[in-house]
Design a protein around this ligand. Structure first.
Ligand code: HEC
Length: 183
């Protein structure tokens, strides 16, 4: 969290409080900003899989600074999917390289989407996702740069990958036929 004044200058010694939905804990829950106006905390999410909203505020200011971070805690099947995605998919689907993995994204003539890209993936049914993962891009008349994994991954693996992409989708995935109450 970075606290600046109206001129955009860092504010040292400002009180920052962290808040989250039930089950979330912060260490520390309140702290003063350092000489560069920054405040840092560690967040522990609850044990229930789902979306957690986190916010940081500077109390008593006419314009409270708030951030809203959505964190997704993964259930067992989604966690399996996350590990499979790291192993087989991320080198193409994640444009960012990490110390363990160089991204292949920039070399691809047709660009895949990140698994968090709900705007794209939410429109695809589970059957379409299964088809493209098992049989490759041409199964949905798409690029053969998307390889087939039907001989590499089991049906349970593919379901885990789909569960993972549904869990991390932003905007959130809402299965067809489910009606959500809204505030
Ligand atoms: C060698 C690179 C590569 C790897 C590895 C790869 N993909 Fe893809 N994938 C692509 C490309 C390229 C497309 C876009 C195809 C198109 O739109 O014509 C794509 C498209 C997709 C799509 C359709 C949505 C989108 O992003 O456009 C899904 C779903 C998908 N891949 C899932 C996976 C999964 C799951 C894995 C790992 C098991 C995986 N891919 C591994 C290259 C890859």
């Amino acid at each position: 969290m970075q606290v600046n004044d109206d001129q955009g200058t860092a504010v040292p010694g400002a009180q920052v409080e962290f808040h989250g939905t039930a089950g979330v804990s912060f260490d520390p829950a309140a702290i003063l900003t350092d000489s560069s106006g920054q405040a840092t905390t560690s967040v522990t999410l609850g044990t229930v899989a789902g979306r957690y909203h986190l916010s940081a505020i500077t109390p008593g200011k006419s314009k409270p600074a708030t951030i809203d971070v959505v964190e997704t805690a993964l259930g067992y099947q989604q966690q399996v999917g996350s590990i499979l995605a790291d192993k087989y998919c991320s080198r193409c689907h994640d444009p960012e390289s990490s110390p363990e993995r160089v991204s292949n994204y920039d070399n691809l003539a047709v660009k895949p989407h990140t698994f968090t890209d709900g705007a794209t993936l939410n429109k695809m049914s589970d059957a379409d996702l299964t088809a493209i993962i098992q049989h490759g891009g041409p199964a949905l008349s798409r690029s053969a740069l998307m390889p087939p994994y039907g001989n590499t991954l089991s049906g349970a693996d593919v379901r885990a990958l789909i569960a993972y992409t549904r869990a991390v989708a932003d905007p959130p995935y809402e299965p067809a036929g489910t009606v959500y109450a809204r505030k």
